[in-house]
Design a protein around this ligand. Sequence first.
Ligand code: DAT
Ligand code: MG
Length: 151
Amino acid sequence: AELERTFIAIKPDGVQRGLISDIIARFEKKGYKLVAIKLVHPTKDFAEKHYDDLKGRPFFNGLTDFLSSGPVVAMVWEGQGVIKYGRKFIGATAPLASEPGTIRGDFAISVGRNIIHGSDGPETAKDEIALWFKPEEILTYKKETDKWLYE
Ligand code: DAT
Ligand code: MG
């Protein structure tokens, strides 16, 4: 089993709507390993850093206001293929274009209230994990079930 890791965040709408446990359950039941988790209320400045690549887009101000509007569940999940599969779990950016069975497909309607963030590739995963977590907040540990998940 390799140590691929991705950054996943339940945005303020997901927290307010009581979707924390549903979202965590999907990653957990798939077999991915939670290696870091915390509740954070990001500042506007921090939200702008997180969405730095979208600076200049017309929705940037609203997006960063929204991300900094309340508590967010910040997580690092680990496991084989977790970056790409995490994005599959999440669905398309616009919830109405997301398949049923995906998190956005099942729980959201508007693009600006799409309840979850996930890193879109290995580079962004690395950068986002480093932005949100100190190295000592990320744990490395064995689970007995690892041997039932990986050949
Ligand atoms: P994703 O969250 O699927 O990775 P993204 O990185 O392109 O999508 O954009 C980040 C967030 O910005 C997205 O979750 C919701 C918001 N957003 C993206 N496109 C938008 C648009 N056209 N109008 C309003 N908000 C948008
Ligand atoms: Mg993105």
